[in-house]
Design a protein around this ligand. Structure first.
Ligand SMILES: Cc1ncc(COP(=O)(O)O)c(C=O)c1O
Length: 515
């Protein structure tokens, strides 16, 4: 399986990274400045007429100097943005094994359908009689989601998983208030392995967080949950499959305990890709669950948006769904816009009805796969993760032992530590090999976590290359070739950055030299 490696340069030559070029470019990878640095104010990409004589009327408000816009010709502008786009690593350029993110291929068919003028060009303020087709699409998407989740209703407004969490917790809060328990139920149980958005959403919705530790085998112990349940608990937030890539096999028992204590069961459905078409969360006792359309249903991960995180709600919670929601009457489909029209609604959580472009893409994905295709996608995602696990388990350590995983496989730093290396070193060396690293240092319950989620859209050939590269790196680490790791990346446009400084003191503003 191992690939033979050519030395970087012929014997006697310097290492590739030691040779500096005059331009800063490397081969055909061009060093690109900021648009302000490469532009010249006197330059322009458009041929503007000289303005006709006019009288200045701005008085003291008149600009004293030119606005400092970057001046570039059209070809220079084109090149600038195309070069920048080539510095982006994307799922369209290679495997993107970020655990917890489900970076699957976004089928181009979805893109084509989302661009149909009837969907792309409508406006949220158009009269509803003119957008009945779009409303029909939203209703159909909601129907698929309720069937797949086995839940009663779906709230479509949330724009991301985290907003879905907030929405679900607000529905829980409204349900608790309706029972007259608003002042007593103030706690949300959150497992220690949870994604950071879970405790943040609970706190944002006004709850206090009570953590629940995981068992040595990586899943929750019902007894630990039971110990923490009481008349002060509003809900539990549980991710299934959990962030360690393991199925919470005691979920039904936990749901029973939670309901018996008068609390609600929020399931973080970010990992739904592993179980769609296989298990219906509603059957497991879930009351609310968000679904990241940008993960499971292949809509693009748009750098923080636009996304969609619909929330499926049980019969107990659906009366508290946010507005707007759809109703069908004699005139067709109607968006109910005001909380007053629905006595218990928690109100509005975002403008308009959601991300139409994402809805079109998600429904296109569902219809083109069909029910059997969705199930197959989930099965393939799990098979791919287990293939990676089986091929790396002899070299890398797993925090909860070697067991079948779901859609992602978790390794940790235990095997690297005695070699004097860290997870970060290993991840940086992967960049030199042309691979985007896996998710690192999450979940926090594993020391130096490396969470690999290949997703079902990777072929065996692509996985084999990825695995071979990781095995080669692992062997190099074990042979003591520490330099290959601690100085990595050597071949990226930038060497290793001070990530703490970059996060704490980001330089986000360009200052004109000499200003
Ligand atoms: C387990 C889990 N929960 C919640 C979220 C939040 O989803 P979003 O990024 O859409 O807000 C994520 C995102 O990665 C996640 O992995």
């Amino acid at each position: 399986m191992l690939m033979s490696k050519e030395p970087a340069l012929k014997a006697g030559g310097a290492e590739a990274h030691e040779i500096k070029t005059f331009t800063g470019s490397r081969g055909l990878e061009i060093e690109e400045g900021l648009i302000f640095e490469i532009g010249r104010p006197e330059n322009t990409g458009v041929d503007l007429d000289e303005p006709l004589p006019f009288e200045h009327r701005l008085g003291a408000l008149e600009r004293q100097e030119a606005p400092g816009l970057p001046g570039l010709s059209e070809p220079e502008t084109m090149r600038h943005y195309v070069r920048l786009s080539r510095q982006n690593y994307a799922i369209d350029t290679g495997i993107y094994p970020l655990g917890s993110c489900t970076m699957k291929h976004n089928p181009r068919l979805n893109e084509k359908l989302a661009r149909l003028p009837g969907f792309a060009d409508i406006h949220p303020l158009q009269p509803q009689s003119t957008v009945q087709g779009a409303l029909e699409l939203i209703a159909e998407l909601a129907r698929w989601l309720t069937v797949l989740t086995g839940m009663d209703a779906v709230a479509l407004p949330p724009r991301a998983g985290a907003q879905g969490e907030a929405c679900g917790l607000m529905a829980i809060k409204a349900a608790i208030a309706a029972k007259g328990e608003a002042h007593s139920r103030k706690i949300v149980l959150v497992p220690e392995s949870a994604h950071g958005t879970n405790p943040a959403s609970a706190a944002g919705a006004g709850f206090a967080v009570r953590p629940v530790p995981a068992r040595a085998d990586g899943v929750l112990d019902p007894a630990e949950v039971e110990k923490r349940l009481g008349a002060d608990v509003a809900a539990i937030m549980l991710t299934n499959p959990n962030t360690c890539g393991l199925f919470e096999k005691n979920i039904v028992e936990i749901a029973g305990l939670v309901h018996a204590a008068g609390a609600y069961f929020y399931c973080d459905g970010a990992n739904f890709n592993a179980i769609m078409g296989k298990t219906r969360p509603g059957d497991l006792g879930v009351d609310a669950m968000h679904i990241n359309l940008h993960k499971t249903f292949s809509t693009p991960h748009g750098g923080g948006g636009p996304g969609a995180g619909p929330v499926a709600l049980s019969a107990a919670l659906s009366p508290f769904a946010p507005v707007p929601f759809l109703r069908r009457d004699e005139a067709g489909l109607r968006l109910v816009e005001h909380a007053g029209d629905s006595a218990n609604s928690l109100g509005r959580i975002a403008a308009f009805h959601g991300q139409m472009g994402m809805f079109v893409r998600a429904l296109a994905y569902m219809l083109s796969h069909g029910a059997d295709g969705l199930r197959q996608a989930a099965e393939d995602a799990v098979v791919n993760a287990n293939y990676v696990r089986a091929c790396l388990k002899d070299l890398m350590s797993q925090p909860f032992g070697d067991r079948l995983c779901m859609h992602e496989v978790l390794f940790d730093e235990t095997w690297l530590k005695p070699l004097g290396l860290t997870t970060l070193d290993f991840a940086k060396a992967m960049i030199d090999e042309g691979f985007h690293p896996m998710t690192i240092y999450f979940p926090l319950v594993a020391h130096g976590a490396m969470l690999i989620e290949p997703a079902e859209t990777e072929s065996k050939a692509s996985l084999d290359l990825f695995i071979a590269a990781l095995r080669d790196l692992a062997f190099a680490a074990k042979r003591g070739e520490t330099e290959r790791f601690v100085g990595a990346p050597y071949h990226a446009p930038r060497r290793r950055l001070d990530e703490t400084r970059a996060a704490r003191n980001p330089v986000l503003k360009w200052t004109k030299p000499g200003a």
